[in-house]
Design a protein around this ligand. Structure first.
Ligand code: SF4
Length: 383
């Protein structure tokens, strides 16, 4: 057993960490940013705080160790949500099967993401942290939701249209992906789901699935509402695309300072700054945006002023950012190292989470099977 167990993991986050889904990869997350608002019910769009109650579900695909985009877009928000909500955080490995994946590396990717979850401060004492494939009811409910979901609803999903347009042969799983997402959420009768803007359409489908199913079989599922980010998309080091492993524009949150610098020094800045003393435009520079998330706020006015005046070069500016990242994740790296040295502890946490998740899933499925008539024994009468 690790001498620093799960409780310890949460007690020791840095003050910034304590400030502190869903996706094709863990690169695409359901939650983004620190300031959030809800849609689809009170307190409604524009509200600046999460409601103080309500069960939360969010998931992330196992693409290995988390990167800055995962952290800024989702994980730091999840850490905070634990304070006021009952949370289910899931590593959605079955979703990963609809994209490029390798059976031989998938288990390691699950483990590495679990380490990142725990290292940033997700607390297995307060939240249910588990792996999707450990709870077979996810796929069972997916099949049952197929019965109430029109194909047309799936075909109009923007993400499906984008991805399928690039494929010669479209796997059925790609089309049905949002039904599995709906099942993930509704299996736990979650009321709130942290999502990025790109997942709002899928969550709307989950609400529609809940409505249709309830209408036909009786009220079981709440209609889940999104907790939306006001932080916007976290762009990668290229400054153009969303930060994602597949775009190779990320910084690993567990990277050592040398690696962080090697990555950050390549970041794209204001293209109009050709010479060191050219005046810059921080508002168009993603390095400055990342400063806003990770650098001591006291330093930001100077960074901005010196950029505009052309008195600080971009290399120096990136160096400050790299140092900020290194410092921000210092304790996270330490906790991750402890967990990696004790993989059995990680396994125990995920297994305990799966036990809790299965119990809750079974509670839902007992009702669902009854309402849908999957109770053949009640039709067998004594002769
Ligand atoms: S000085 Fe900093 S904020 Fe300004 S353009 Fe360069 S990297 Fe961006």
């Amino acid at each position: 057993m690790c001498s620093r167990g799960p409780r310890r993991l949460v007690q020791c986050p840095s003050s910034r960490l304590s400030q502190a889904v869903f996706s094709r990869e863990s690169d695409d997350t359901m939650a983004e940013g620190t300031d959030t608002r809800t849609q689809g019910g009170s307190p409604g769009p524009g509200a600046s705080k999460e409601p103080a109650a309500g069960r939360i579900f969010s998931g992330m695909q196992p693409s290995g160790e988390a990167h800055l985009g995962n952290y800024l877009g989702a994980l730091r928000q999840w850490v905070r949500l634990q304070d006021e909500h009952e949370c289910f955080f899931c590593i959605v490995d079955q979703h990963a099967l609809t994209g490029d994946f390798h059976p031989e590396t998938l288990p390691t990717r699950v483990f590495d993401l679990a380490v990142s979850f725990l290292a940033v401060g997700l607390d297995p004492e307060r939240s249910t942290i588990f792996v999707q494939s450990d709870v077979p009811e996810h796929t069972e409910l997916t099949w049952l939701f197929n019965a109430v979901t029109p194909v047309g609803d799936l075909e109009r999903m923007t993400q499906y249209k984008d991805k399928s347009a690039r494929l010669e042969s479209i796997p059925a799983g790609l089309l049905n992906y949002p039904i599995l997402q709906s099942a993930d959420i509704l299996l736990y009768r979650a009321e709130l789901v942290p999502v990025g803007e790109d997942q709002v359409q899928h969550l709307e489908l989950a609400r529609e699935v809940a409505r249709r199913w309830n209408h036909r079989f009786g009220e079981v599922f709440p209609e889940p509402r999104p907790i939306l980010s006001t932080a916007g998309r976290i762009l990668g080091l290229d400054g153009g695309a969303k930060m994602s492993k597949s775009m190779d524009n990320t910084v690993r949150i567990l990277a050592e300072p040398e690696e962080i610098w090697e990555r950050v020094r390549t970041a794209v800045t204001d293209p109009q700054r050709v010479r060191r003393n050219d005046p810059g435009r921080p508002e168009v520079c993603n390095v400055f945006t990342l400063h806003g998330h990770l650098t001591d706020p006291v330093l930001l006015p100077d960074i901005e002023d010196q950029c505009r005046a052309g008195t600080r070069g971009c290399v120096d500016c990136k160096r400050i950012l790299a140092d900020s990242i290194g410092e921000h994740f210092l304790e996270v790296r330490e906790r991750a190292a402890e967990l990696k040295a004790n993989p059995q502890r990680v396994r125990e946490i995920l297994e305990a989470g799966a036990v809790r998740a299965r119990k809750e899933a079974e509670r839902t499925m007992t009702q669902v099977r009854e309402r849908m008539g999957l109770t053949w024994r009640s039709g067998v009468h004594a002769g």
